[in-house]
Design a protein around this ligand. Structure first.
Ligand code: ADP
Length: 702
């Protein structure tokens, strides 16, 4: 794995784990507390449902019991008044009719009957079969057994209606306190059992009713109705035990008859029956599960978000640390890169000063020139980089001969190749158009940079190959593919990733060994991108490197080139009779211009600031000066102000005289500023003598 990624993971894993643990704890703690609340809430919902159930069932049964008590007391009164069985039967028939018509819908009243003085009297006029013997019926036996309290039968299925019924029965006594018989009424309790059936507190739950013998009177599974709680399977026996012990069952877990993990609530009501609610465990805890899932998802989501933020912040910090480290590295390297040639310039100048031998002096001057050019290269790189960072890097496109440009590049780099005894080959596709349109200087800069790197990072005696191919051609131009291959030290995969970033060198030790600022490739990439091309690298550590880049160039025009290229001209005495002002505060710069232009016989009057230049222009007779070279930064009055005042002076020629900025301020906005101040052109320092001559020619010869 990539070292950087490893390092990054190493730096973050601890924090991410911590966040993970914190959230895990949070999820568990809140799950624990909230689930307890949910349990309690479920339990109290269960209890409340049980209360309602108990109240409804009890209310309904007591209603029926009151109805029964009413009938029973009436019969007893009639007995005490010595009324006959016929009279009692009439009463029972009337009561039966009345209750059937008025109460059966609410109370489930079915019929009223009695066994009085050994005669069966039925209010519903039911005629019992021959063998019907009332004293052997359960209602009779129960009532006799209960003596003077009401007997409530176990629920049973009514043969006629198919409904679940119960019978209330009780003994009645005559005026002498002797038992005269039994009065009974049948009540259909289907309404109660239906009500119990649908009682639940969660999905798939159901209510049940057990009679005093612990047999199911109500169960949603009709096969279970009538069975004893101990005979239905599951873990009902646990419940039976608790009910028998008089314990209240509230949210007790057990397996029901179908083996489903369930929760039960049970309660014994006034008449010894037991009502209950049974809910599958999964439904009962559904809310808790849902809450657990929601908590986990939210917790996990939050954890991811926080980890992401942490990792990002961390990554940004690492990146900015790295950036500031490579910037300070860069400053150290820059200082080294600038001091080395400066050291050469100063040292060799000293040597030159102390020698009188002309050859030695010349040799020194060549070395000084080389060191100065190197220094200029470094400065240009820094300038380019700052232009790129400010988003002001632009190309300036011209027509030129591709082969000329390449030759110039090769002629420069080959010197160093020879010094290292390297085998350098150049292979150019014959199909490449002779004249192309592109930024000649910048294209040359990229090729030079990459080829010089190949030279720098390839040991003595190594090989370097420069190949140029034409990829595809369109109406507007063609794509050049340029490759520089070497069998030098190579670049590791990890280093390759950072290579095109500014201030980066493949390896920090590079600068110590090979020098360089680490800006070349970043600038090259920018140039290539502006040329609609791409740059990439194939390299293996210790084996060599292949830099490949493409650049889209226009197809140029040969005539255009011959017109501009024909510069090999003799400038000697060219500007004889012309006179210019050179406004420049630095003496050495004035000296350079004077010396460089001496052969042209141009007459140059020097001003040491803008104010002096303005005065000289004002005081001169009209037409004395043909042009002004104007430095920008000068004491007293700068070049901009001087130009503005000259242009505004109203003197003859004040508008026409060409004023050319000659300055080390070389950014595009500097040039724009010059034009705004009224200057005609701009020329950058250090001066390129050809550029100066061309400008003079342009303004003095036409
Ligand atoms: P520098 O001015 O340091 O050469 P560059 O941006 O041109 O800056 O190159 C950046 C780094 O890329 C170099 O310092 C070097 O480590 C690596 N590099 C570039 N070209 C090669 C090559 N041909 N072989 C090996 N390393 C190279």
């Amino acid at each position: 794995m990539n070292e950087r990624i490893k390092k990054f993971i190493g730096a973050n894993i601890g924090q991410v784990l911590l966040v993970f643990l914190a959230f895990l704890t949070m999820v568990f703690v809140s799950y624990f507390y909230v689930s307890r609340i949910v349990f309690q809430q479920m339990r109290s919902i269960g209890e409340e449902t049980m209360n309602t159930m108990q109240a409804t069932v009890t209310g309904s049964l007591i209603g029926s019991e009151l109805m029964f008590a009413n009938v029973m007391q009436s019969v007893e009164t009639m007995l005490k008044e010595n009324q006959s069985n016929e009279e009692i039967l009439d009463y029972l028939i009337a009561t039966n009719t009345y209750f059937s018509e008025n109460h059966s819908a609410i109370s489930g009243f079915l019929s009223v009957y009695a066994y009085i003085r050994d005669e069966f009297l039925d209010g519903s006029l039911w005629v019992p079969p021959e063998d019907y013997y009332a004293p052997s019926r359960p209602w009779h036996i129960g009532a006799v057994k209960n003596r003077d309290s009401v007997y409530i039968s176990e629920p049973y299925l009514d043969a006629d209606t198919g409904g679940i019924c119960i019978t209330f029965s009780q003994q009645v006594f005559d005026v002498y306190g002797q038992s005269a018989g039994i009065v009974a009424i049948d009540i259909d309790i289907t309404m109660i059992t239906d009500f119990i059936n649908v009682q639940t507190i969660a999905n798939d739950g159901y209510g049940v009713l057990l009679d005093d013998q612990m047999c199911f009177s109500t169960h949603r599974d009709i096969d279970i109705i009538g069975l004893n709680i101990n005979d239905v399977g599951g873990e009902y026996s646990i419940l039976e035990q608790m009910i028998s012990d008089g314990e209240e069952i509230s949210a007790i877990r057990f397996l029901n008859a179908d083996g489903v993990d369930s929760i039960a609530f049970f309660r014994t009501i006034f008449n010894g029956w037991h009502i209950g609610i049974i809910v599958p465990h999964s439904s009962y805890y559904e809310q808790v599960y849902v809450m657990g899932a929601v908590l986990s998802i939210v917790g996990f989501g939050l954890m991811l978000v926080l980890s992401y933020i942490l990792v990002r912040t961390r990554a940004q910090k690492i990146r900015s640390d790295e950036e500031s480290m490579s910037k300070s590295d860069f400053l150290a390297r820059m200082s080294h890169e600038m001091r080395t040639p400066m050291n050469a310039i100063i040292g060799i100048t000293e040597i030159a000063k102390n020698t009188s031998e002309i050859d030695k002096t010349k040799n020194c001057l060549v070395k000084i020139e080389n060191a100065a050019n190197h220094l200029l290269g470094v400065i240009n790189d820094v300038l380019d980089m700052s232009k790129i960072e400010a988003g002001k890097f632009e190309l300036s496109v011209t027509d030129f001969m591709f082969s000329d440009m390449l030759e110039q590049v090769v002629s420069v780099v080959i010197i160093n190749m020879d010094k290292k005894d390297q085998h350098f080959t150049v292979d150019v596709d014959a199909n490449i158009p002779q004249a192309i349109i592109a930024d000649k200087q910048r294209l040359a800069q990229v090729i030079t940079n990459i080829t010089s790197n190949a030279n720098k990072f390839t040991p003595e005696g190594g090989s370097i190959k420069l190949t140029v191919r034409k990829e595809n051609e369109t109406e507007n131009g063609c794509l050049l593919r340029i490759e520089v291959w070497d069998n030098g030290i190579g670049i590791s995969k990890e280093q390759q990733l950072r290579l095109f970033q500014p201030f980066e060198q493949a390896d920090g030790s590079t600068s110590r060994k090979y020098g360089g600022t680490g800006l070349g490739l970043a600038i090259s990439k920018k140039i290539i991108n502006l040329m609609d091309g791409d740059i990439w690298i194939e390299s293996e550590l210790g084996k060599g490197t292949r830099f490949i880049f493409t650049a889209f160039v226009g197809i140029g025009c040969m005539e255009q080139i011959s017109a501009t290229d024909n510069q090999e001209e003799n400038f000697e005495g060219l500007f004889k009779g012309k006179r210019i002002i050179l406004a420049e505060d630095v003496e050495i710069n004035r000296e350079i211009v004077l010396a460089l232009l001496e052969p042209t016989l141009l007459e140059i009057d020097c001003a040491i600031n803008g104010a002096e230049a303005l005065r000289m222009f004002r005081e001169a007779p009209p037409g004395k000066y043909n042009m002004i070279f104007m430095d920008l930064q000068m004491p007293e009055m700068d070049g901009h102000e001087a130009t503005r005042q000259i242009r505004a002076s109203g003197l003859p020629n004040a508008q026409e005289i060409p004023i050319v900025a000659m300055t080390a301020n070389v950014f595009r906005e500097d040039v724009e500023q010059c034009i705004k101040s009224g200057m005609n052109a701009h020329i950058g320092k250090p001066l390129d003598i050809n550029e100066v001559l061309n400008l003079l020619k342009k303004y003095l010869m036409t």
